[in-house]
Design a protein around this ligand. Structure first.
Ligand SMILES: Cc1ncc(C[n+]2csc(CCOP(=O)(O)OP(=O)(O)O)c2C)c(N)n1
Ligand SMILES: *[C@@H]1O[C@H](CO)[C@@H](O)[C@H](O)[C@H]1NC(C)=O
Ligand SMILES: [Mg+2]
Length: 579
């Protein structure tokens, strides 16, 4: 490539940090999250100079979660920039989570100077080998001028091609500060968008025929479908063929939750009795009970649509496998039903059984929500939140009961608008995800709100990111559903009894957190708005106020009955998070 693709006019020398930043910009990287220090501060500065947004966070874990959410929401990886040793170690959780969620992410870690390696250098740590098992690709660039653009291109391409995932690039300290001759730098332009792959035609024919012959069909829509922007094609398939569908937690919103064909409220029944299940970017892992009896019919025919060949046939022997881009493959299926139209009849026992179950489940939730007793229970809280949520808001959520019950009540109407603890069931992601979503909203539609629904335990993992939220003035609404503990807690009176013991640490139940903690003061400490609410009326009022103010971050600390639980062991996804 001609040199002027890299250098500014009349430029002779640039710093290594500038080369790094320009290579990231060349790959269309727009966001960098991190914590600076030796040896990466210059990289953050160089990135900002080029217009890459740098968001300084309070822990690398949260920075890495935020960067990975940028990847999921925009289809281009965000960067997480960390210092050597402990900085990288804090980011490992975010790398693992991105890779397990199949979200693109680039982690850039400073490392010790090459001539001090194995000498016990400052923060020396085997960074590449520790990143290897958590990533699709990891590298130490050989040479800043000649190989760096190549390596960054390779990392970005790896993060978004095929099944997306995390990539790591190590940057020795001496690279950052070095001055390099611009004529020696080898430029590499942006990688092409990921190629679109399609399924084998005979497999598509076979899949269409299996669907046509289904007696009790079901579609399951995963976050892979959301990532592939398959919303239009899948909704068309649902409607054209009148098929019932079930979203996975982050598949919510690909087809709106209030669509008449959504059978989310009859999840267990739908899974157990379906005879044909088509999976769109949803894996048969623990979240879907491995696709095995007793949660499924022993003879159910699975049709798997996935971008990753290795995923096909995991835990089950599928009837048909459709390898390819989920949107492209769904369009292939639609072609079959355009050629020979077919529709699953509404007047079937299957539809009736599903509708009945949905009605009875929804009635139980409504009944619980209408309870007037104080403190409130989860259902009461979520019904009041749902009433006021703007349709287009991002919903971020984590916790155990908080997330599981919240998911059944809070509705998503748009794809890629729900972020939660995901496949890894990881706590601590909420604030980082919310920050990423707020930045995306700011670029696309500043009126769009981000609502982050946190259990009190979940909030604690990254609570200091409230300072980050206030520093950049991101109008995120944090809702802490506070039951004084992990799954459950105890009230103030029982807590006082606990403290009478000589050694509370051998007596206090491990699930307990401090009763009546004023988490809203974490928000007011940094200038945001805080609310402490105990009644439905206060909850309604504080929500109305925060939603009316589109410029101010806020936290509503919602006190609930510490022993409140879910209604039955029935339709939850993350029951494992409870173990
Ligand atoms: C990183 C991590 N550590 C620990 C856990 C175990 N765990 C699962 S849910 C949860 C917190 C649940 O409490 P809370 O967020 O208050 O929600 P609640 O169920 O009380 O509504 C914990 C600690 C986890 N999933 N991830
Ligand atoms: C929103 O909050 C900010 C900060 O408290 C305040 O200055 C502003 O007037 C509020 N706007 C509205 C519309 O209430
Ligand atoms: Mg809790």
């Amino acid at each position: 490539m001609p040199r002027d693709n890299f250098a500014e006019p009349r430029e002779q020398e640039v710093s290594g940090a500038t080369v790094i930043a320009r290579a990231l910009l060349a790959q269309d990287v727009k966001y960098m999250f991190g914590i600076v220090g030796i040896p990466v501060t210059e990289i953050a500065l160089a990135a900002q100079e080029l217009g890459i947004r740098y968001i300084g966070m309070r822990n690398e874990q949260a920075a890495c979660y935020a960067a990975s959410a940028i990847g999921y929401l925009t289809g281009r990886p965000g960067v997480c920039l960390v210092v050597s040793g402990p900085g990288l170690i804090h980011a490992l959780g975010g790398m693992a989570n991105a890779n397990i969620n199949c979200w693109p992410l680039i982690v850039i870690g400073g490392s010790c100077e090459r001539n001090q390696e194995a000498m016990g250098a400052f923060q020396e740590f085997p960074q590449v080998s520790n990143s290897n098992i958590l990533t699709k690709f990891s590298a130490i660039p050989i040479n800043i001028p000649t190989s760096f653009f190549n390596e960054i291109e390779e990392a970005v391409r790896n993060s978004i091609y095929g099944r997306p995932g995390a990539c790591y690039v190590d940057i020795p300290a001496d690279f950052v500060t070095r001055q390099v001759d611009v004529s020696s730098v080898k430029f590499k332009e942006c990688c092409l968008p990921p190629p679109i792959s399609m399924a084998d035609t005979s497999a598509v024919n076979m899949a269409a025929s299996v669907i046509r012959n289904a007696k009790q069909p079901l579609l399951i829509i995963g976050k892979g479908a959301a990532y592939a922007h398959a919303e239009e094609s899948i909704q068309k398939l649902v409607e054209q063929c009148n098929l019932p569908f079930l979203p996975t937690p982050m598949g919510k919103g690909v087809v709106p939750d209030n669509h008449p064909n959504c059978v989310g409220a009859a999840r267990s029944r739908a899974l157990k009795y379906a005879d044909v299940i088509v999976l769109f970017g949803a894996r048969l892992n623990w979240m879907l009970h491995f696709g095995l009896p007793p949660r499924y019919h022993p003879h159910v025919k699975f049709i798997q649509v996935d971008i990753c060949a290795e995923e096909l046939g995991n835990n089950v022997r599928p009837a048909v496998t459709l390898l390819g881009n989920i949107n492209a493959v769904t369009e292939q299926l639609l072609e079959q039903f355009d050629k020979t139209p077919w529709q699953y009849p509404t007047e079937t026992k299957w539809w009736k059984a599903l509708k009945e179950k949905m009605e009875s489940n929804e009635a139980i939730s409504k009944e619980l929500a209408s309870k007037k007793s104080l403190p409130m229970n989860y259902y009461t809280v979520f019904y009041h939140i749902q009433e006021q949520l703007p349709r287009d808001c991002f919903i971020v959520s984590e916790g155990a009961n908080t997330m599981d019950i919240g998911r059944t009540v809070l509705q998503n109407y748009f794809p890629r608008h729900r972020l939660d603890a995901g496949t890894f069931g990881i706590m601590g992601v909420g604030l980082g995800f919310a920050i990423a979503a707020a930045l995306v909203a700011k670029d696309r539609n500043p009126k769009q709100r981000v609502i982050c629904v946190e259990g009190d335990s979940a909030f604690g993992f990254s609570g200091m990111e409230v300072e980050t939220i206030c520093r950049y003035n991101l109008p995120i609404i944090l809702l802490v559903v506070n039951n004084n503990g992990i799954y459950q807690g105890i009230n103030t009176d029982s807590w006082k009894e606990m403290l009478k013991f000589h050694d509370a640490t051998t007596r206090v139940p491990p699930v307990c957190l401090l009763p009546n903690a004023h988490y809203e003061q974490v928000m007011t400490a940094f200038g945001g708005k805080g609310y402490f609410v105990q009644t439905p009326e206060d909850l309604q009022k504080s929500l109305r106020q925060t939603l009316a103010n589109t410029t101010e971050p806020s936290l509503i600390n919602i006190m609930i009955e510490p022993q409140s639980t879910r209604k039955a062991q029935e339709f939850h996804w993350l029951t494992r998070s409870n173990m």
